[in-house]
Design a protein around this ligand. Structure first.
Ligand SMILES: [Fe+2]
Length: 372
């Protein structure tokens, strides 16, 4: 006997004892074990006790009909195969039974080899359906497992990105104090303006990183110049102006920071082409760098300097407005000026507050941790 048949059982439901025993004798002789039932209710009781792979049922029976039994069987276990036994002339019932879920019908009087073939087909169909279900469930399980693994790996990558960013900003801050707070503020400002200009998620991430790391090249500028309290002479300025290129050189080889490196390289360029290091003009300058230039000016003006107190945001607004089209991209300037002064002040205060209370890189950017 086929190993698969060992666990398969057939329930034969017919009120005519003679029909039942012919079927039982024939099907029991080879193949799955068969059990007989004289009516639908008895069949349902038996199905409560054990699982049947196939039900072969007469249509016309006292009490519950074969059609009703078919409906109940399919509702309870859609994988149970069902063959209906109908009268020769009852083709409509046969079609209806197929529509409800029977896999085949046998017409009375039947020939036993035809019954055998129908039973084999029905059981094979059921096995196939079960194998497909197992396959789908296994596939779903594997997808869930792989998705989980992938998310874990992505979390690890994000964590290492965060650590790299922290290391770079902290390294610069160690040399030039106050850089950390400035970098965090300009990143917040840049993200706010970039969002207002409609930048999409990936570009926001890169623009935010570019803003955060814009001055990382100052790591390569001599202390005597970087920390000089007084004004720089021309030669010193030449050295200082190398910092965008140095920053670019540091970042471009770090794959996840390569797009942000472009912003670092261009953060001192001007709309009118009078910036450095390459004198780019207009839209030759990456949009992220054009956005950064505006908010960097605001942050410089609204921060205390050794030689002056912080200016008001309103004064910074006027200065930026007056430099639209020369230092700054007019469209970026317009978007900037459309954001109320109060919003910029709120960002300023919130970053400064978390910088003071946390004193570390973590948690400093409550509004933009998603863009690390
Ligand atoms: Fe700079």
């Amino acid at each position: 006997m086929n190993r698969q048949l060992v666990h398969e059982k057939i329930l034969i439901v017919d009120d005519e004892e003679s029909v039942r025993s012919v079927l039982l004798n024939h099907l029991n002789s080879e193949g799955p074990q068969c059990v007989g039932s004289p009516n639908a209710l008895d069949a349902l009781n038996k199905m409560e006790q054990e699982r049947f792979s196939l039900v072969i049922s007469d249509v016309m029976m006292p009490g519950m009909s074969g059609m009703e039994l078919l409906r109940l069987v399919k509702r309870k276990d859609p994988e149970t195969a069902f063959i209906m036994i109908t009268g020769l002339m009852d083709i409509n019932t046969a079609v209806d039974s197929l529509r409800i879920g029977a896999c085949d019908f046998i017409t009375k009087p039947f020939e036993l080899p035809a019954v055998r073939r129908a039973v084999d087909r029905a059981l094979e169909q059921r096995r196939l359906a079960i194998r497909n279900r197992f396959y789908r469930e296994e596939l779903k399980r594997k997808i869930r497992e792989r998705t989980f693994e992938l998310n874990e790996a992505l979390r690890d990558v994000e964590e290492s990105y965060k650590i790299t960013l922290e290391a770079l900003v902290t390294a610069l801050d160690a040399r030039e104090h106050e850089t950390l707070a400035h970098s965090q503020r300009v990143r917040e400002y840049t993200l706010t303006l970039a969002e207002a200009l409609g930048l999409k998620y990936d570009d926001l991430i890169q623009t935010g990183r570019g803003a955060l790391l814009h001055d990382v090249g100052k790591i390569g500028v001599k202390d005597s110049i970087l920390l000089k309290p007084g004004k720089l002479n021309e030669e010193e300025w030449t050295e200082m102006r190398k910092h965008p290129q140095i920053g670019y050189n540091i970042l471009r080889s770090i794959e996840f920071l390569a797009p942000a490196a472009e912003i670092v390289l261009c953060h001192q360029e001007r709309w009118d082409g009078r910036g450095y290091p390459n004198g780019l003009a207009g839209t030759e300058i990456p949009l992220g760098a054009r956005i950064f230039a505006v908010v960097d000016t605001m942050d410089a003006m609204t921060s205390d300097r050794p030689y002056r107190q912080a200016l008001s945001f309103e004064a910074a607004f006027e200065e930026i407005r007056s430099c639209s089209g020369t230092q700054f991209d007019p469209k970026v300037t317009e978007a900037f000026l459309n954001i109320p002064v109060g919003r910029w002040k709120a960002i300023h205060d919130s970053v400064n507050k978390s910088h003071k209370t946390q004193g570390c890189f973590d948690l400093i950017c409550p509004t933009s941790t998603a863009f690390l």
